[in-house]
Design a binder for this molecule. Structure first.
Ligand SMILES: [Zn+2]
Length: 477
């Protein structure tokens, strides 16, 4: 009987990897093995150590990868898979491939930096500490990527085909809809990847990608994310509050510092700022986008007009690419980045990393946190223990570059910018399914989030819902 094995994002939100095998018959005939996503484990050490373990089936025996989107927790293990002998095609939308060509080499670079750091400190039990993969290895794996158009069926083998449908999570993101034909029976497996917000632009403003998750899907087996399984987004428009915060900060002569992920969140925020400036809701102060990856991502966004919301399309038509907007400066080099520190005039500085774990945001925070006129604004999730969480929770000081920096700046957070659907939004989407799936497996959620969402789905829909466990194998009946 064909089976699915959950190789990651089970019990956690990272390391997405799900193996579909068309047969597990014991006669020795290996079925076709397809991996849906190939993500990096991130966060606590217990999870990160799994990045060093081999896949349960040898990488060279996996025939193909179908990638849902370009976030590292879904694609960041691909260079390692290739390093371990995988040589098949990696299917993805062109926008996902373009983003991966930026995101994966950057990840390789960070892996090399980490290894160098451990070697210098002598902190690793491995001598010498090696990177999980290098920048060069990450670049090399890009040749296995094959672009796939949305809603175009790819026949992988006589038993297995798949097609992508829109997930509306980030640029290029999609769900993988798999058709499995064995023993004269056809079954539909739907792997959601990460699911974007509803179409309501008041509740989830600033979406660059147009399509809400594809409606009217059907599935015998549904494998669904549960990141926000136990949390709801505020159901208010964040823009009036955002505008007020910016006006107040500028009014007292301060600057706004925004830690933001380089892909998607930064672009979304730039579009919102532009719209607020054009409508006169915030003053036209200089905006600095200080992240080389964010700038490359902006260029990729400009290439993929098929993904825009009408609002984003309208803004681009009227004002062109953000890289050419007057008053918006994109700092590519380290020198340009440092020059932003000299600016005493009120400004808005957007930089990564989004949780202030590293990157250029650190020197902006070190410089601006001690001044009460400034505002540090969080527009993304801050994982417990990160610098971002420490600042957000109201600490009086935070360690940056080995020094304790006093926090006197105003600190605020807007929670509406998430790119994941919350339970009411998931229900809204699930109710569009043509029929009840035979079984639903929840992945990509902390244990509490997944189990709470299971209860909600059982109660509201009466479905058969299970929480996937790490390495668990389930038959596709
Ligand atoms: Zn994602």
């Amino acid at each position: 009987m064909p089976y699915i094995q959950f190789l990651g994002a089970a019990g956690t939100v990272t390391g997405s990897k799900h193996l579909v095998n068309t047969t597990n018959d014991s006669s020795g005939k290996q079925g076709f093995q397809l991996l849906i996503d190939c993500g990096l484990f991130q966060g606590q050490k217990e999870w990160r150590e799994r990045n060093w373990q081999d896949t349960p089936v040898p990488a060279r025996e996996i025939e193909a990868v179908a990638l849902t989107h370009a976030h590292l927790d879904h694609c960041g293990w691909i260079p390692r898979l290739v390093k371990e002998g995988f040589r098949g095609p990696i299917y993805a939308t062109q926008a996902t491939i373009d983003l991966c060509s930026v995101v994966l080499p950057d990840s390789g670079h960070l892996q090399e930096e980490d290894a160098a750091f451990y070697n210098k400190k002598g902190a690793s039990k491995h001598k010498p500490a090696l990177p999980l993969y290098t920048l060069e290895e990450a670049q090399d794996c890009l040749r296995y990527f094959k672009p796939v158009e949305i809603e175009k069926t790819i026949q992988l083998c006589p038993e297995l085909s798949f097609c992508y449908v829109r997930a509306a999570h980030i640029l290029g993101s999609c769900m993988a809809e798999i058709t499995l034909k064995t023993n004269g029976q056809a079954r539909r497996l739907l792997f959601t990847g990460d699911i974007g917000r509803v179409r309501d632009s008041q509740v989830a403003p600033g979406k660059v990608v147009h399509y809400g998750p594809q409606e009217g899907e059907s599935a015998d087996v549904l494998v669904m994310e549960s990141t926000y399984g136990n949390r709801e987004h505020p159901h208010t428009d964040p823009r009036p509050e955002l505008a007020q915060l910016i006006r107040d900060t500028v009014g007292r002569g301060g600057s706004v510092v925004v830690p933001a992920f380089a892909v998607e969140r930064t672009q979304k925020f730039l579009f919102i700022l532009k719209a607020l400036m054009e409508s006169g809701e915030i003053p036209r102060v200089p905006v600095y986008c200080d992240s080389p990856m964010a700038i490359k991502a902006v260029e990729i966004y400009m290439k993929h007009s098929e993904e825009y919301t009408p609002r984003a399309a309208e803004l681009i038509k009227k004002y062109g690419s953000p890289t050419g907007w007057p008053g918006f400066t994109f700092a590519l080099t380290g020198e340009q980045s440092k020059k932003i520190n000299d600016s005493q005039f009120p400004s808005i500085i957007i930089s990564s990393s989004g949780m202030a774990a590293g990157g250029r945001i650190l020197h902006h925070l070190a410089q601006r946190l001690p001044d009460p006129r400034n505002l540090v604004l969080f527009i993304g999730f801050q994982a417990p223990g990160t610098r971002g969480a420490i600042i957000k929770e109201g600490a009086h000081e935070v360690k940056i570059f080995g020094e304790f920096i006093p926090i006197r700046a105003q600190v605020a957070a807007l929670e509406q910018f998430s790119d994941h659907a919350d339970p009411p939004e998931l229900l809204e989407w699930l109710r569009t399914l043509k029929a009840q799936p035979g079984v639903t497996y929840l992945v990509h959620g902390e244990p509490q989030a997944a189990s709470q969402l299971r209860e909600v789905l059982k109660k509201e829909l009466g479905w058969n819902v299970q929480v996937a466990e790490y390495l668990e194998m389930v038959d596709v009946k």
